[in-house]
Write a protein of this length. Structure first.
Length: 111
């Protein structure tokens, strides 16, 4: 699990502190059938690690579970939350910075 968490931190350096351990522990539970238990994840394959992080973001950072509970199909719920997932993933990778009023310019963001 420690190696899996270290790989998460390496790929997602802006992930909240200690979150890599939460994600790795959940993903690597024995007999869970989660991606963290797959042979790809055990070999620390980057795609498998990314899928694990995406699943965490979907469940922990969006209203995905609420949508499912209210009757949305899994595919519909995933589409609804995809923008948030992509945004958080990009932030955690360090590809974008959080926006603030100053980064938008003096016009308040009117483009």
């Amino acid at each position: 699990m420690e190696q899996f968490a270290a790989k998460i931190r390496a790929l997602f350096p802006n992930c909240p502190l200690e979150m890599e351990f939460v994600i790795a522990e959940h993903a690597c539970l024995k007999y869970s059938g989660r991606v963290g238990r797959s042979s790809a994840a055990k070999s620390l394959d980057e795609k498998a690690v990314e899928l694990t992080v995406i699943a965490h973001i979907r469940h922990a950072e969006t209203n995905y579970d609420t949508l499912l509970a209210s009757g949305y199909e899994r595919s519909e719920a995933r589409v609804k939350v995809s923008g948030v997932v992509v945004g958080v993933l990009a932030q955690w990778k360090g590809e974008v910075k959080k926006m603030n009023a100053f980064s938008l310019g003096s016009n308040g963001g009117d483009l």
